[in-house]
Design a protein around this ligand. Structure first.
Ligand SMILES: Cc1cc2nc3c(=O)[nH]c(=O)nc-3n(C[C@H](O)[C@H](O)[C@H](O)COP(=O)(O)OP(=O)(O)OC[C@H]3O[C@@H](n4cnc5c(N)ncnc54)[C@H](O)[C@@H]3O)c2cc1C
Length: 671
């Protein structure tokens, strides 16, 4: 049994971070030059951390499996990044951002971390603007904002539909400055395959050079894992194809606890699945819900007519449409949080109202926005006799300006023009709120091993609000870790270089090499993807949007069977001493096959519905509250951490002591 200690500092929540920073141990600039830090992952979290740590004077070694930090999955982020700047003067504040995030996460996040996140959110925007990130601006030249789900203010900063890419270019240029100074040594196309512990502390990693196949040893005084989320455990997700759990899973197996592994975000606005031979799902940014209205036909006759091609959606009158989110949640309408919107879409489709051939699609319709913006533009340009077509054209131009690249992407994939007919959308796996357990310092349960960004669990509880993952990744990397890690490293100023010719490195390298050799020599009969797809189907069917005890028990048995077959029958062509994508995938899928079972076990133990976890037995039958959190008041900061030793072992449940009880703890309601 491990006792978890969140190390949340004492004091009122709004002062915790300030008091903490004032008291924290520091490393002086001269000593920083003698300290090495490994950062695994150079997406927004790892890239910002690497750049800042190097700027502070530490020697950083940064690792990524892509050929450049610019290709991290963070580049895919479309919609925006939150910050409590209150530029709109619409009542935003640090407290409101904190409150929305905690409430949006069904009171399952660690409040102290979330308050700190809300506090530093404003610094992120200043930092990124200083780096030259081209955030959208309004007519007067000020930074513009839009709204995302689960909030009643506009606090989302954006760069068209490419916010992640622009932020990543900012972090990348900050990193490049340090690479040029020699303060960051960048290891592209390197995959961390194990962490090395010396005297219980993380002191290095074993990495494979993905081009030559060489196995390398790297040492440091601390290791930071920023390896992103594990949504690809479902095979199909909106994540980049390469996103994986290996780095997080390896540290887990060496002693870093996992928390809430089953909390997965199923995003409501994705392009529906088209069939069985698909390897990727595509997100349509949540920002589209600012202007798009979600509906299905009211009558089953219309549903059938649309599916059979006898009617077009545009032929249905307003009366014949069910704008079910606006009907059920009038205050938030189409901008309810993601979990609520996803469950509502599934509910309508399960009831038979899905509008495509598979019955798994609802409409996202911009006709009202075209008209609204068109009329406004006609007024602005003094066009008094604008025809319907002219108004439409004017409105379309505004929508195109805001979301043009998303409309283009939709048309390319679906081959339908979304300016002429409503988009079809359906929920898809998107983000993992669960992850590696970290304390207030972002340190895992392995001393000296930190975890930041999507890979950790702390800030989003059971459901992440839109545009808050980029905020968290950059908060962790630019503003939190660079402080907290100094507190730990201040004990290491006399340690000196960590040698790599030790038994600990020998042992870790041996394990990694043996596994690689197994894969290339196994000569089984089935491809890696065969097993990944099989796992994904079990995960989606039995541990997906809605879950029940029978299905979860079956999932655990089935995943175990897939894992056993995998180790007998997996086939990896090629050799270990070359670039070998199948070999890379084999290692990652092997880890997913363990994580998947733990995931199902966590979901089974969690007899409740909350956020992305919709437990069928505990859901209410009808009404706006359907599937909302079932929570007892003492339970809101509950963390489940698990140890995995081949077989899932007993859960270690831990209730954290919280001092902040100000939040009115009531069932979340978006009526
Ligand atoms: C389509 C899409 C759109 C999104 N849009 C938004 C949005 O608008 N706003 C928002 O807030 N969030 C959004 N998100 C979520 C957000 O993009 C991610 O949560 C965030 O970018 C994750 O950043 P990260 O730095 O933690 O991880 P990543 O960007 O995934 O970076 C992971 C890094 O780790 C490296 N890595 C991983 N494993 C290893 C290993 N074993 N060895 C070496 N290197 C390794 C990778 O090479 C990479 O550099 C979106 C997500 C998706 C899927």
């Amino acid at each position: 049994m491990t006792k978890l200690n969140s190390k949340v500092p004492k004091g009122p929540i709004k002062d915790k971070w300030t008091i903490y920073k004032d008291k924290i141990d520091l490393v002086n600039p001269a000593n920083k030059r003698n300290i090495d830090i490994i950062v695994v992952g150079t997406g927004l979290a790892g890239g910002s951390a690497a750049a800042t740590l190097a700027e502070l004077g530490y020697n950083v070694k940064a690792f990524a499996y892509q050929d450049s930090p610019r290709r991290a999955h963070s580049i895919a982020a479309q919609g925006g990044i939150n910050a409590a700047k209150n530029y709109q003067g619409d009542g935003d504040s640090t407290y409101r951002l904190f409150y929305d995030t905690v409430k949006g996460g069904d009171y399952r996040s660690r409040e102290a971390n979330v308050y700190r996140l809300a506090e530093v959110s404003t610094n992120i925007i200043d930092q990124c603007v200083a780096q030259g990130v081209p955030f959208a601006r309004d007519y007067g030249g000020l930074l513009d904002n839009r709204s995302f789900g689960g909030v009643l203010v506009s606090r989302t900063f954006y760069a068209k539909g490419q916010t992640g890419q622009q932020l990543l270019l900012g972090a990348y240029s900050a990193m490049n400055r340090q690479i040029a100074r020699g303060k960051i040594e960048m290891f592209n196309r390197h995959e961390m395959l194990d962490v090395v512990k010396v005297d219980g502390k993380a002191r290095g990693i074993i990495a494979r050079n993905l081009i030559t196949g060489e196995i390398e040893r790297h040492s440091a005084h601390a290791v930071v894992v920023a390896s992103g989320g594990y949504g690809n455990v479902y095979f199909l997700s909106t994540n980049a194809m390469g996103s994986n759990a290996t780095a997080a899973w390896k540290i887990h197996k060496k002693g870093a606890h996992f928390a809430n592994p089953c909390y997965t975000q199923i995003h409501p606005t994705c392009i529906p699945r088209s069939g069985d031979y698909q390897s990727k799902l595509t997100l349509m940014s949540e920002s589209l819900r600012n202007d798009g209205r979600i509906w299905v036909p009211k009558s089953m006759d219309d549903v059938m007519a649309i599916r059979e091609g006898r009617k077009k959606p545009t032929e249905l009158s307003e009366d014949e449409r069910d704008y079910y989110l606006e009907r059920r949640y009038p205050a938030f309408g189409n901008l309810v949080p993601r979990d609520v919107a996803s469950r509502a879409a599934k509910e309508r489709c399960d009831a038979g109202y899905g509008v495509n051939a598979t019955g798994e699609a609802v409409y996202l319709d911009f006709a009202a926005a075209f008209e609204r913006y068109g009329k406004e533009q006609a007024k602005i340009h003094n066009i008094t006799d604008a025809s319907e077509a002219k108004i439409y054209e004017l409105g379309q131009a505004i929508v195109e300006e805001k979301y043009g690249n998303l409309f283009q992407m939709y048309e390319k994939i679906i081959d339908e023009n979304p300016y002429k007919t409503p988009m079809m959308i359906y929920p898809a796996v998107h983000y993992t709120m669960g992850g590696v357990w970290v304390d207030y310092n972002l340190m895992t349960t392995i001393p000296g091993c930190y975890c930041i960004g999507e890979a950790n669990f702390s800030d989003h509880g059971a459901n992440r609000l839109g545009a808050s993952a980029l905020m968290q990744g950059l908060a962790d990397g630019y503003f939190v870790l660079p402080y907290t890690i100094g507190d730990y490293l201040s004990d290491d100023i006399r340690t000196g270089k960590i040698p790599t010719d030790t038994s600990e490195f020998d042992e870790a390298e041996k394990e990694v090499t043996e596994r690689i050799n197994f894969f290339v020599n196994n000569k089984g009969t089935k491809s890696v993807d065969y097993f990944h797809k099989k796992l994904g189907k079990v995960m989606w069917d039995k541990a997906g949007m809605s879950r029940n005890a029978t299905g979860l028990n079956e999932a655990m048995v089935e995943i175990k069977a897939i894992r056993e077959e995998f180790w007998k029958e997996v086939s990896v062509p090629g050799t270990a001493k070359e670039m070998n994508l199948e070999l890379e995938k084999a290692g990652r899928v092997a880890d997913f096959l363990e994580l998947g079972e733990l995931f199902a076990k966590d979901a089974l133990e969690r007899n409740e519905s909350c956020g992305g976890h919709f437990r069928e037995e505990s859901a209410e039958i009808d009404g706006p509250q359907k599937g909302e959190a079932k929570r007892n008041d003492n339970d809101y900061a509950y963390v489940a951490a698990w140890e995995y030793k081949g077989e899932p072992s007993e859960a270690i449940l831990h209730k954290e002591e919280l001092e902040f009880k100000d939040i009115e703890l009531k069932q979340r309601s978006y009526k």
